[in-house]
Design a protein around this ligand. Sequence first.
Ligand code: ZN
Length: 299
Amino acid sequence: MIHLCEVGPRDGLQNEKKHVSMEKKVDLIKRLIDAGVRKVEAVSFVNPKVVPQMADAEDVLAELGSVDAEIAGLVLSRSGLDRALKTKVDRLHVAAATSDTFNLKNARRTVEEGVRELSGVIQESVGAGRPVTAVLATSFGCPYQGKVEPDAVFKAADSFVEAGASEIVLADTTGMANPVQVREMVGAFRERFGEELPLGLHFHNTRGLGLANVLAGYEAGVTRFDASIGGLGGCPFAPKAVGNVCSEDMIHMFQEMGAATGVELEKMVETAQQLEGWMEKTLEGMVMKAGPASQTVEA
Ligand code: ZN
C-alpha cells in the first residue's frame, strides 16, 4: 500500500503568489480527505512576515476541526513549536536543511546549530504527545554548494531519531535528485537505520524527474511519498524551485501499475481542477488535462 502525504495546502500554497482564503484552504483539505488521503501537511508555523500565505495556520486548524486523517504542521523553530502546541495539530513536521551553505543563507546558522535547536523541539513535542516527522531538506543536493554528503544527511537523522522523531523524510527541495541516487540513498539509509524506521521521500519536479524518483524509491522499498495536488508549490527559500511531484499524477502512476493507494483518482482530479480555478493559472498536473490512461477516447 502506498501512503500519500498531501503537502499541497502547505508546500504548495505557501509559494503561490495568489492568496487563498482560510475557508478555501479548509475546503481543499476536506476534499483531499474525502478522496481518501489519510495524511495532510496542512499548515506551517513559520514567521507570518516571511511566509504570509501561512499566517492563518491556527484558524485553518480550528475551522477544520477533527477529521479522518492525520493533520501535520511544519515547524522550523522553537517559536513555531510554541504555536503548534497550542493547536490540535496531530503531528509536527520538523524540517532542517543538511547543507551548511543553504542553512547559513536562510536561517543564519550552521547545520549543527540547527540540528541542536530542532532536536530540542522534537524532544519537547514528543513529550507533549505530538509525534514528529523529521524532514531533511536538500538531502539530494544543495543549489548553492552542489553535492551534499549522505553522511551529513544521516548524521542529522541520527540526532533527530535520538531526540524522538518517529519518521524520517528525505527531501529533494530543489529537484536535484536522480533515480540512481535515490536508490543508493534509500539503500544507505536502510543499512544505517534498519528496516523498521519509517522513511518517506519528498521530491520536487524542478527538472522533470519527480515521478522517476518516486518510482526509484518505490522499487527500493519505500511506500511513503509526499506530493502536492495539481503539482502546486515550490520553496520560498530556494532559488528556481518548482512544485512538488503532482499527487494525482503519482496516484495515477501507481494505480496503472496495480499498486493500491487508497485514494480515488477521480476525486483528486476534480479537486485539482477546482484548485486551478482558484489559482487562476494552469497547474502542472498532467492527468488532470489528459485523463487517466485507462479512460479511452472516441476514435
Ligand atoms: Zn518541498
